[in-house]
Design a protein around this ligand. Structure first.
Ligand SMILES: [Zn+2]
Length: 269
């Protein structure tokens, strides 16, 4: 009985995930000022399915855009190709900087070992930026927390935002609570999801943000113009990076850093 429930949950998870990808084209744009949509479009973001959350506007499934980010963003334009991208705002390291992450105490299942694994993946690259887990929220640069009740069940695995204009990482990662408690989700897969959200916090955009069908399936989401916040990372390839940890849809895949990801990480940090 227990096993059949687990299998059911696994299917439910996949179902939720597919739903989240499809939801994008179905979601009505509501109560979002046209000015905001225009600015996001100009900056190279796809405002389809934009939603208002407690933190700010949520776009491209899992990225939070705050009013502060909008106010400090630039206005260059660039037509994006198929490479890896960063935002203009990056974390200032001064040559070496440790970013501390605190996970809410309510995470008692797979989330903590997965966070440690995600941190280890970054630290193994010997970048100018490193990460460590702390046990006190007040010492944390980034707090890993659960979606609010309202957000849970919306089909999202996690969300995060981009660095501030002053060079600090985005301070909050929200995760779907189910990920913590479902024994069918491996540490490696959950670590991939957390590493993806950490990637946003330090300035990585989606590898395939210009056409999410590359990782999400379905019909191509076409963006005609790109802009700031879509800076090509030199050395990363034309043609979407296979299995990049920053692809839009994760599909519960195990995606450790591939060679292009490592190139991109080393270029930025
Ligand atoms: Zn993402």
């Amino acid at each position: 009985m227990r096993k059949s429930i687990s299998i059911f949950m696994a299917f439910a998870l996949v179902g939720m995930f597919v739903y989240s990808c499809q939801k994008e084209s179905l979601t009505q744009v509501q109560e979002i000022p046209q000015k905001v949509i225009d600015q996001l479009t100009k900056m190279g973001f796809n405002p389809d399915g934009i939603e208002l959350t407690d933190e700010g506007y949520r776009i491209e499934r899992d990225i939070i855009i705050t009013d502060e980010f909008l106010a400090t963003a630039g206005n260059e334009t660039r037509v994006p190709g198929t490479e890896q991208y960063s935002t203009t705002n990056l974390v200032s390291t001064g040559g070496s900087r440790n970013i501390t992450i605190f996970a809410e105490k309510r995470f008692k299942g797979g989330m903590i070992p997965a966070l440690d694994e995600a941190i280890a993946r970054y630290n193994a690259e010997n970048l100018e930026i490193s990460f460590s887990r702390v046990s006190n929220a007040r010492q944390a640069d980034i707090v890993l927390k659960r979606f609010s009740k309202k957000e849970e069940g919306g089909g999202l695995l996690g969300s995060a935002g981009f660095p501030s204009a002053s060079g600090d990482p985005y301070g909050e990662i929200k995760m779907w609570g189910e990920l913590d408690s479902n024994p069918n989700i491996s540490t490696e897969v959950l670590a991939t999801i957390i590493a993806h959200e950490i990637g946003h916090c330090i300035g990585f955009r989606h590898t395939d943000y210009f056409d999410r069908s590359i990782s999400c399936g379905g019909s191509a989401v076409d963006e005609e113009d790109g802009g700031v916040g879509a800076n090509h990372i030199p050395g990363t390839p034309e043609g979407a990076s296979d299995n990049s940890w920053m692809l839009s849809c994760l599909d519960f895949a195990y995606r450790p850093f591939n060679l292009d990801d490592i190139t991109a990480l080393n270029y930025l940090y």
